[in-house]
Design a protein around this ligand. Structure first.
Ligand code: GLU
Length: 375
């Protein structure tokens, strides 16, 4: 197994690739189109091998600032950044749509705020949308919704956004393409002794101390610290993360070939993701289920309304609930797709009846298997 195999289609069916502003846009504000076409060709090759891809693309602020003639790359104040983002995002989407289309791929745009992934309801919505897009073979292109995200509700950097998106998408890997080629023991710009670290298994204080906060290029906002924070989020979600230099042509193919970069391996694969889910919050309620549903769950199925016999507690959509078998023992824990009041209405009812009972198109399950852990 080579270093990059963890991120290869065979072992990582869903991959998040984040592209930093400094790679996408030259200091004078022009798009690095040829380089980006190489990235898209790499993505298309992976897509053809069966990997489903989510792109997290920065560059809206840098692009917009140029068009509007704003100082400091559009980052002089929040209002400038928001105006630049609004102007740049439309160009950025067009760019991605064109380049992906030239490889026969369909692009979808998702603009997210921190709230969208922190709020439990909206986390489920974002996660379901990504799952559907990937199932349709579409490539979601994600950015922070900078035009509305104010300081308190902002990620501020796309490194952490990429890791959170990986968590919501159940992705097994995150590649952060950056203008630096990994984590160094010291700042390589000022210290000739600085060495590239190949692999980080424990993100302890000594590792965190190697990062400084700022962006090396001054164009994006995510410095090494943001990348290490992203690695922490990915680790907790059971996803491998790599910081890979994006200055080369075809940087993903190059990474495949030589594995150069810093890899933060996940410890337990999808098990860790489920452990995170299980340990996340105390349960807000219980869904009692029948014997048939209990064995369906054990076989890896989602919990359908038909299998529920009773609903206990005043939970809301997105809350953690315990799923209790006929013997009175919790057999699973998961995030509920419905508020308790709706769950009560549909408990024991067949899928075909749900739209009439609820008055709207039902979700695919009461608790989806992607958001469930068996106990
Ligand atoms: N969302 C910002 C943009 O599109 C980039 C954030 C970052 O630099 O990480 O310009």
């Amino acid at each position: 197994m080579t270093r990059a195999d963890r991120f290869a289609p065979a072992s990582c069916p869903r991959l998040v690739v984040k592209i930093g502003s400094a790679l996408l846009v030259d200091p004078d504000g022009t798009v690095r189109r040829e380089w980006l076409a190489g990235v898209v060709a790499d993505l298309a090759a992976r897509h053809l091998s069966g990997q489903r891809l989510i792109v997290v693309s920065s560059g809206a602020i840098a692009l917009g600032a140029r068009r509007l003639g704003l100082p400091n790359g559009g980052r002089a104040c929040l209002e400038d950044a928001q105006a630049a983002a609004a102007t740049g995002q439309i160009a950025l989407s067009q760019l991605w749509a064109e380049l992906l289309a030239s490889e026969g791929l369909t692009a979808a745009q998702m603009l997210l705020t921190l709230d969208d992934l922190e709020d439990r309801r909206r986390y489920l919505n974002a996660s379901a949308t990504v799952a559907r897009l990937l199932a349709l073979g579409v490539v979601p292109v994600v950015n922070e919704n900078d035009t509305v995200a104010t300081e308190e509700i902002r990620f501020g950097d796309n490194d952490r956004l990429a890791a959170r998106v990986a968590q919501a998408a159940g992705a097994g890997g995150v590649i952060l393409l950056s203008d630096v080629d990994g984590l160094y023991t010291a700042n390589p710009g000022s210290d000739p002794q600085a060495q590239l670290i190949d692999e980080v298994t424990t993100l302890d204080d000594s590792i965190m101390a190697m990062a400084d906060g700022g962006s090396a290029s001054g164009m994006g906002s995510g410095g090494m610290l943001a990348k290490l924070q992203a690695a922490k989020i990915a680790h907790a979600a059971g996803a491998h993360l790599a910081i890979v230099g994006g200055r080369r042509d075809h940087p993903l193919a190059a990474f495949d070939a030589d594995g150069r970069g810093t890899i933060f391996p996940a410890s337990g694969g999808s098990g860790a993701r489920k452990a995170w889910l299980a340990g996340r919050l105390t349960a807000h309620g219980r869904i009692l289920i029948d014997a048939g549903a209990t064995s369906a769950l054990a076989g890896g199925a989602s919990l359908l309304a038909a299998g529920a016999t009773a609903i206990e507690g005043g939970f809301s959509r997105g809350d953690v609930i315990d799923i209790v078998g006929p013997e009175g023992r919790a057999v699973a824990r998961g995030l509920t797709e419905y508020d308790a009041s709706e769950a009560k209405l549909i408990a024991g009812r067949r899928t075909a009846e749900l739209a009439t009972i609820l008055g709207y198109a039902p979700r695919s399950a009461l608790v989806h298997r992607d958001h469930m852990v068996l106990l």
